[in-house]
Design a protein around this ligand. Structure first.
Ligand SMILES: N[C@H](CCC[C@H](N)C(=O)O)C(=O)O
Length: 301
């Protein structure tokens, strides 16, 4: 078995993704490899999407998701679009079914190159998000940050999109908040026993939202697909918008949007947006040593 495997540096709205091909091998990308790759400015990432051989009948691959701190994530919307684009380019196929620890994901690449991922059903039960305290209604939970009588952020909507999310509703520009300061406090708040992805969302019309996210295990990122899905679902759930919205991802580079529909007929959340390939190389999944395609550095090291 070769020590190195192919990987592609990609992004979904600027969300930095490494797609690593571990098909045909028993090993995994180790947390140590993830931390080492993230420490190098050229391979710095938000999520690794490791493609493994399928484990369940009817699926094309099993996908293991790692955050840049080496922890595992159950869902990654932007990364899933990157995997679809990579496999579509390799196989010419347009439709895929993946398995993750959170369940089955169906995805399709459209004629215009955009990709839709069926992210499954949202979960609202407090103990399945999970929250540390029982809330009958998780669409507005008691949690605030800042001065007690004048909180900066408060009463988020909580839910799981496979992974835990808290959506704080704000009425001014999401970029005007010091999310780098509040993000870590909220991600690690005792309310969230498995930590949480923290999103600021501003409703800009009955069919649009602007979001900005502090990701669990990755920090401030340029975009987060599952957070965009969670903001869309939470907005519809609380009567702020309809079930079909455009999400303007405030920090995305270049500025970009995701279309999200929380389908009435089956409760599934469909996310549609772009993915972009940047460059490819080879890496050692146990150490994170890597090289650009065409060189054999990692093999030699
Ligand atoms: N960037 C990802 C989400 C990663 C979530 C991860 N930070 C976690 O749940 O631990 C996305 O596009 O959905």
């Amino acid at each position: 078995m070769s020590t190195t495997v192919e990987f592609a540096r990609m992004n979904g709205l600027g969300n930095k993704i490494l797609v690593v091909d571990l098909r045909g091998r028993p090993d995994k990308v180790t947390p140590a490899a993830a931390v080492a790759l993230n420490a190098d400015p050229q391979t710095e990432f938000d999520q690794i999407m490791a493609i493994h051989d399928p484990k369940a009948e009817g699926t094309d691959a099993f996908i293991d998701i790692l955050n840049s701190d080496g922890s595992k994530a159950q869902a990654c919307g932007n990364g899933t679009r990157c995997v679809v684009q990579a496999l579509a380019a390799e196989t010419g196929r347009k439709v895929f079914t993946f398995q993750t620890v959170a369940g089955i994901l169906n995805a399709v690449e459209h004629e215009d190159g955009t990709i839709s991922v069926d992210m499954g059903r949202p979960v609202f039960d407090w103990d399945r998000i999970p929250l540390a305290e029982e809330f009958h209604d998780t669409s507005r939970i008691e949690l605030q940050i800042g001065p007690i009588d004048n909180p900066v952020l408060h009463s988020p909507s909580a839910m799981s999109m496979g992974n835990p999310h808290a959506i704080f509703w704000v009425d001014r520009d999401v970029m005007s908040y010091d999310l780098a300061r509040f993000g870590p406090l909220l991600e690690n708040h005792p309310m969230f026993p498995e930590r949480a992805n923290i999103t600021l969302a501003q409703v800009t019309s009955p069919t649009s939202l602007t979001t900005r996210t502090w990701e669990r295990g990755a920090g401030l990122t340029l975009a987060c697909g599952s957070a965009a899905c969670s903001a869309a679902v939470s907005a519809a759930r609380t009567g702020r918008t309809g079930r079909k919205v455009t999400i303007n991802v405030a920090s995305a580079k270049p500025p970009a949007t995701l279309s999200i529909e929380w389908r009435e007929r089956d409760d599934h959340v469909i996310m549609t947006g772009p993915a972009e390939w940047e460059w490819s190389g080879r890496l050692d999944p146990s150490t994170g040593l890597w090289s650009r395609e065409g060189t054999r550095e990692a093999e030699a090291q």
